[in-house]
Each structure stands twice: as C-alpha cells, then as structure tokens.
Design a protein around this ligand. Structure first.
Ligand SMILES: [Mn+2]
Length: 352
C-alpha cells in the first residue's frame, strides 16, 4: 500500500509583508493549488491515504476561503482517507466539519489500521509531552507508522520530540511535520524518521525544492521525495571579491544570474570590495525587475579596509578601531570581524 506524507501546507499564510498584495494573493492561491495538485497525484497513483502532519492551516482561525477549499478537496475525494494531525499553527478549531474520510487525532494516542499497517498519531501539548513515550505501545508484528508534529531534539521542551525515547518501540516510519525542508534520518535499527517539508516555499528562508513524500508500506525505509512546487525559491550567493569596481561587479552578477524564469530568487552578495558597494542592490533593479516572479537582494559585502590608516584617523571610526585593537583576549580574526561589523554600522549599513 502506498501513502502520501505531507505537512506544513500553511493554507492562508498572509505573505503580504514579503511579496506585496498582488503577488501574495497569487502565492496564496498557489498554496491551495499545491494541495489539490498533491491530491490529484494521489488519485492518479491510486494512493488511498494521505497523512497531514500538522500546520495544514497557518492559523487557528483560517479564512473561510481556505477552510472551504480544504473541505471541498476532502469531500470530493471520498476514496482517499485524510489523516489530519494538527500542529502548532492549527491547534484549535482548524476543522469543524465531520467527514467520513477525514480522520483526526487528539492529545492521546489514536490508531487507524489498514490491513497490516497501523497508523498512530498524537497531538503534542504541555499535558502529554512527558508521558507520550511511555504511553505508546505498538505491536511488533504490525507495520507501524507514527505521526507527530514538532522539532526533533535530544532534550525535552515545548513542541519537542525526543527520538531516543521512541527507539525500540517497533516504529517503522516516524512521519513528522514542522520543519519546512525535506529531511530524513534513522530512528533505530528498525525505523526511520522523515520530515516531508512544505509544499511551497513561502519566504526567503524556505529555499530549495519542496514537495511531499510517497511511502510504500512494503519499503517503509525508503520514502520517495516528490518535488512538486509551483515555484522554487532559489538561493544564489555571489562573491564580489576581485571585482575592481561597480561596473565589473554588475557584469559579474549578470553572468551568474539564472535565466529569466517563474521562480523566486534570493541573491546574497558577499566578499570584500575596495569600493563602496552600498548602491549595488539599487543598480541591480533594472536587471532583476520582471526577470523572476519575485526577488530579494541581500548585500553582505564588506568594505576592504586598511587598519593602519584607521588607527591614525581622528574620527569616530578611528577611535572605534583603536579601541578594538586594544581589546585583550580576542583573536586576530575576531578583531577583524568586529571592526568590519562596526564600520558597517557606522556607515549606516545593515548588520547581522
Ligand atoms: Mn509547525
């Protein structure tokens, strides 16, 4: 039997702060269509069970549009079971309609069985985070899939899942949600854990290919990552060290840029320049505008500097450099980093 494992769809994410109103509306629609496209995939591949491992909605009070859309998809696909375990974003009131193929969970372990496969799930909260491990009892003979939403971590805490305490419990596949990138690892000699990631990247911290996992109960240790996002948020770092002036830098950047496409681009400019690179993002606008669905430029270049000239300078920068030079217990590398950050700040530029 094959199943789809997905999570973190975040239907109804505002997205306006990042993309502006018009493009945010497009992306919101694309979040919905990513969900229905995944269900189309399930139908085409005769997959009868979809695991939704939390954060299907971005908030406890999803908009009517998103909620209705979700229910319409579930209702119109009666041959697919949707096992919906809520995450930290959709904890309360995410669903209020009962449908025969919408299977839900609560704060205690529940189990849905399909032949020899048992699918377990529990929604984490402060009352069960300490006891959930000892309360979990699966049968050795079953194929055991466990759904949880949270962060894998060795130490306990809110929203955390301790993998070491789930070992030797006959778990074959730990279906997780919460981390927005596909990742996979071993749980013990029998089982693995997997985060499928989100269906679409929503912001510039969600770069790379997105999609969902397809698992086959005959090979639970080998899920398949199906990349299906409408758009990819690409990350590109360009080092401008060695570009003698702004003109050379602009040419270098243009050579490195991906061809025009419908994706999103996060461009980070790095390296040391002997010239003032603070105008670069503005200079790039004519090149980048309209080339991608959306883009963001982060200028992390640093100005090459000659320490000796600063130490002689009678200015705030000079005084700052002299003080850092006088610091004790700081390595040469750290000293240089402190000075660069300080000079950036004095220059009125962005400091991370
Ligand atoms: Mn989450």
């Amino acid at each position: 039997m094959k199943l789809i494992h997905c999570a973190d769809i975040h239907l109804g994410s505002a997205l306006t702060s990042r993309f502006g109103k018009d493009k945010a509306a497009i992306r919101k629609g694309e979040l919905r269509s990513a969900f229905s496209a995944m269900v189309d995939y399930a139908r085409q591949e005769n997959i009868g069970v979809i695991l939704l491992c939390g954060d299907v909605f971005d908030s406890d009070r999803p908009s009517k549009k998103d909620k209705e859309f979700f229910y319409q998809v579930v209702k119109n696909n009666p041959d697919i079971d949707f096992l919906y375990l809520r995450g930290n974003h959709d904890q309360r009131s995410a669903y209020d309609m009962e449908l025969p193929n919408l299977k839900t969970f609560d704060d205690r372990w529940s189990c849905y069985r399909y032949g020899d496969t048992a699918i377990w799930g529990l929604e984490l909260d402060s009352t069960n985070e300490a006891t959930l491990y000892s309360a979990f009892q699966a049968e050795q003979e079953s194929k055991n899939i466990v759904m949880l939403h949270g962060q894998l971590a060795d130490s306990p805490g809110q929203g955390r899942i301790c993998p070491s305490r789930l070992r030797e419990k006959y778990i074959d596949y730990l279906a997780l949600g919460h981390i927005h990138s596909y990742s996979i690892g071993s749980l013990d000699s029998r089982g693995i854990w997997c985060y499928p990631g989100c269906l679409e990247g929503r912001g510039y911290d969600e770069t790379g290919e997105k999609g969902f996992a397809v698992i086959d109960t005959d090979h639970l240790s080998a899920p398949q990552f199906v990349k299906r996002s409408r758009r990819v948020i690409r990350y590109l770092e360009i080092d401008l060290t060695g570009c003698a002036d702004e003109y050379q830098a602009l040419r270098h950047i243009q050579q490195e840029l991906p061809a025009a496409c419908e994706d999103l681009l996060r461009l980070e400019l790095v390296g040391e320049t002997a010239w003032d690179a603070s105008d670069l993002p503005g200079e790039l606008a004519p090149v980048l505008d309209g080339r991608y669905f959306h883009y963001s430029v982060k200028n992390r270049t640093v100005r090459a500097f000659d320490l000796d000239s600063y130490t002689q300078e009678i200015s705030l920068a000079g005084e700052f450099v002299r003080r850092v030079q006088a610091l004790e217990g700081v390595s040469e590398e750290e000293r240089r980093e402190i000075i660069q950050l300080g000079l950036r700040a004095l220059d009125g530029r962005e400091v991370e």
